[in-house]
Design a protein around this ligand. Structure first.
Ligand code: B12
Ligand code: SF4
Length: 453
């Protein structure tokens, strides 16, 4: 048992997952906090456990204040980006109810167990709690709604056995952990019965790593006889004769598979090797071609702006993007997004050598993402010392050109298609990542998105 976590002192527990940015991740499942609430509910005798996820509640603050008063323990699940939104809640608890025990756990405490968490935090849990139960009573109504109308999620495995340098798994002593097939099948059955979803996303860092498990899931879906589509994430290296072969691909399609997501990252073999991605450009082309052959959408995500990457490496990425895009409308390009050095990962340690400074206390972390561009996904204008001033300015615009110029150019909507072809000809092909038309388009697009159009 984790020594700081004395279950005998806990009875009325609140588990909180605060926001990670100004926008809410509405409809998303917060697996860590959900696992923790479920664990407390089953491990603590007669426990009264409540669960609040800011992403999925209206009037979160009001509900939080109402829920806190009669608790003896409040546990916060924190990634580094959530500290800013978690710290004010911790301060509220300790000011009003100093007797309540405040726990923090999650990605940040796992990465920084020795950091100074200040006098308000009673226990820092830097280990995983058992994650074998996800009790549906804690699933927020907004997530239930997303399960019914957009897509449901079923977790099929945890972690990954690879050690890509930009990923948290490179500094965690972890291996891929599949969930038992009986458990996955029971979960699928429950989700299908309860939510009648149109689509299921199998949450797994590498769904096909354990091919027997993946085959078991496909067999179960075939037994169920369809009625919904499904999607999953895979490494491209799983597409080989003894794993995802033609026979399995046919079964996948018959069972409703519509999308496989790939972390392609780069078209430069040099960069892939530097990232220790354990894949070749040939693996990427093969996996995407196999998906296209069977009518499965291949979603390919890319990163640029990685320390050590040259303009020629980037050009190789653009060329691979063009080549995959030319395979047809089933290929979706995600990014290329500028590398963001989130804490965790060997590359994060590398970038410190360039002089980037990161906070050393929990309190300091809470202000970090206000001034540091790595916190925001799309609006970031980085100031990375390993990039030139020009690169810092134009690299964040590359995804805009790739998305609108390539994905939109295949759209069935004639307006989107026309805009897409414009961007493809005038921006993507000449590699022109700027200009007044791009600025105006993004300005209008943001306004329309904000207005909900
Ligand atoms: C699935 C996933 C998501 C999902 C769901 C997130 C969630 N909170 O569940 C979505 C897509 C929403 C998501 C979004 C984001 N993610 Co994410 N995500 C992951 C991923 C791949 C798996 C997490 C997971 O589900 N694990 C399974 C659950 C059961 O385990 P767990 O979360 O670790 O929780 C266990 C322990 O931490 C502990 N624990 C957790 N909370 C608590 C609380 C208490 C009180 C206690 C005692 C214990 C405890 O017990 C849990 C059970 O064992 C991880 C990578 C990884 N391998 O961890 C990245 C990861 C967590 N994500 C990350 C990032 C950066 C993001 C985003 C900021 C991305 C973005 N730019 O928008 C957002 C922000 C989300 C947020 N809430 O902060 C980083 C966080 C880095 C950091 N230093 O904090 C990670 C580590 C990936 C990376 N880059 O290296 N993500
Ligand atoms: S990036 Fe993907 S393949 Fe690499 S370690 Fe992380 S989860 Fe595994």
């Amino acid at each position: 048992m984790i020594k700081e976590l004395d279950l005998s002192k806990m009875s009325r527990i609140l588990v909180v997952n605060a926001s990670s940015g100004p926008g809410k991740l509405a409809g998303q499942v917060m697996w860590g906090a959900w696992a923790v609430a479920s664990y407390f509910k089953t491990a603590v005798k007669d426990a009264d456990v409540r669960y609040l996820d800011e992403n999925n509640e209206d009037d979160f603050r009001g509900k939080f204040e109402a829920a806190v008063s009669d608790r003896d323990t409040v546990g916060f699940s924190v990634t580094s980006m959530q500290i800013k939104y978690t710290l004010p809640l911790i301060k509220y608890v300790k000011e009003k109810f100093p007797h309540i025990r405040v726990l923090v756990g999650g990605a940040h405490p796992m990465l920084f167990p020795e950091q100074d968490y200040g006098p308000l935090v009673d226990a820092v849990i830097s280990e995983e709690l058992p994650k074998d139960k996800f009790l549906y009573e804690f699933l927020p109504e907004r997530v239930r709604q997303a399960y019914r109308t957009e897509r449901a999620q079923v977790i099929t495995g945890f972690n990954c056995s690879f050690k890509c340098t930009f990923c948290v798994n490179s500094v965690r002593n972890c291996r891929y952990e599949p969930l038992p097939i009986e458990k996955i099948c029971a979960d699928i059955d429950y989700v299908v019965k309860e939510f009648s979803p149109k689509k299921i996303y199998f949450r797994d860092e590498d769904f096909f790593f354990d091919i027997e498990k993946a085959r078991g899931v496909v067999a179960h879906l075939l037994e169920l006889g369809g009625g919904f589509r499904w999607e999953a994430t895979s490494r491209v290296t799983n597409f080989k004769p003894d794993k995802i072969n033609d026979e399995l691909l046919q079964r996948m399609v018959r069972s409703g598979c519509v999308q496989v997501r790939f972390g392609v990252e780069s078209g430069s073999q040099r960069t892939l090797n530097a990232l220790r991605k354990g894949q070749t450009v040939a693996h990427v082309k093969n996996a995407v071609a196999q998906c296209v052959k069977y009518g499965i959408n291949a979603s390919c995500s890319f990163i640029i702006g990685i320390p050590g990457e040259t303009a020629e490496d980037r050009e190789e990425t653009y060329r691979l993007i063009s080549e995959l895009h030319a395979m047809g409308p089933l290929v979706e390009i995600l990014g290329p997004q500028v590398y963001r050095p989130y804490p965790g990962g060997k590359l994060f340690e590398e970038v410190k050598k360039y002089g980037l400074e990161f906070p050393s206390t929990f309190e300091e972390w809470s202000g970090f993402y206000d001034t540091n561009p790595t916190g925001s996904v799309f609006d970031a204008s980085p100031d990375y010392p390993w990039l030139s001033q020009e690169e810092n300015e134009f690299l964040p615009k590359v995804w805009e050109v790739a998305h609108y110029g390539l994905n939109w150019s295949c759209s069935v909507n004639p307006v989107k298609k026309a805009i897409g072809l414009w961007f493809k000809r005038l921006h993507w092909l000449p590699r022109r990542f700027g200009g007044p038309d791009l600025w105006l388009f993004m300005f209008l697009r943001k306004k329309l998105l904000k207005a909900g159009v």
